[in-house]
Write a protein that binds this ligand. Structure first.
Ligand code: ATP
Length: 272
């Protein structure tokens, strides 16, 4: 056995190693891209189906195996349709060369300061029932959405954020998009979710927040103008009735370098 392993190792050339590193890198990038999206749940389902197919063949359960094989074929054909947003995003990133861009990430102090400013702003906005939609960009680039708004590119502060959403000011309508500790743009237009199962009380502000999190790994903070309720959208889901502190607790893990050291190192968006 040991000799066999030694034999295999001795046949591995430098080129094979390079080959394996590239494949591992691409697979890792794919995982990062679909992590925290609904695509990951679909992928897990697919793996379960694959394992069931192998086991049924191994046990000689012919009818089940035939059914699973047919299901696999249908699923494989449906896959590009279901994964269409993720595939589009991957190809876009590849086209823009973002896949290999040098990156920077926020250190812990910058993260805490960002959370503090965000928390303070949201508390004031909620208390005064000022509607707000704040998108926190993560690894998926949101440049297309930034372009729909008014470019700002300023350091985040609670005063700045509050000012953006003061009613009847030019930028209050739409979403503010944050990249790292900078506000990139305000008044941005986001895609609305088509989820019909959502609470009918939720209007377009909340639907836009959920919509962008279905198409990216962004986290979105919403303050309701009607009720002052603070919510957080992520991965197509909405968590409601938060306060500034619980909001910060929910957001912190999404941005800590401990949680995403490798991902951040490779992916965190460049300030541009
Ligand atoms: N596609 C969109 N992209 C960005 N912002 C949007 C979008 N659609 C609506 N909004 C914002 O939401 C506001 C309208 O919110 P609406 O009252 O319909 O939603 P809501 O979810 O009920 O929110 P609220 O609880 O604050 O009333 C708009 O004035 C605009 O600022």
């Amino acid at each position: 056995m040991l000799l066999q392993i030694q034999g295999i190792i001795s046949t591995i050339s430098l080129l094979d190693l390079l080959d394996m590193v590239i494949v591992a890198f691409v697979l890792y990038k794919l995982y990062v891209m679909i992590r925290d999206t609904r695509a990951l749940a679909l992928l897990k389902g697919l793996i379960v189906l694959l394992i069931a197919t192998v086991i049924s063949k191994w046990l000689g359960l012919n009818v089940i195996n035939w059914l699973l094989n047919k299901t696999m074929t249908v699923v494989l054909v449906a896959l590009p349709i279901v994964f269409q947003p993720e595939l589009r995003r991957a190809l876009e990133q590849l086209g823009r060369g973002n896949l290999f861009k040098k990156s920077v990430f926020l250190d812990e102090q910058e993260q805490e300061s960002l959370l503090d400013e965000l928390g303070k702003a949201v508390a004031v906005l909620a208390k005064n029932k000022i509607g707000a939609l704040i998108v926190l960009e993560r690894e998926t680039g949101l440049s297309d959405y930034i372009e729909t708004g008014i470019k700002v590119d300023g350091l985040v502060s609670n005063e700045f954020l509050i000012n953006i959403f003061i009613p009847n000011t030019p930028m209050h309508d739409g979403a503010a998009i944050l990249r790292g500790s900078r506000i990139m743009a305000a008044g941005c237009l986001l895609p609305l979710t088509e989820d019909r199962s959502l609470n009918k009380e939720l209007g377009t502000r909340h639907r836009a927040a959920i919509g962008i999190t279905e198409q990216s790994d962004a986290a979105v903070v919403i303050v309701s103008e009607e009720t002052g309720i603070i919510s957080l959208a992520r991965g197509g889901r909405l968590v409601r009735d938060l306060d500034a502190e619980s909001l910060k607790e929910k957001i912190r893990p999404l941005f800590t370098s401990k949680n995403h050291t490798f991902g951040n190192f490779l992916n965190w968006r460049q300030y541009s």
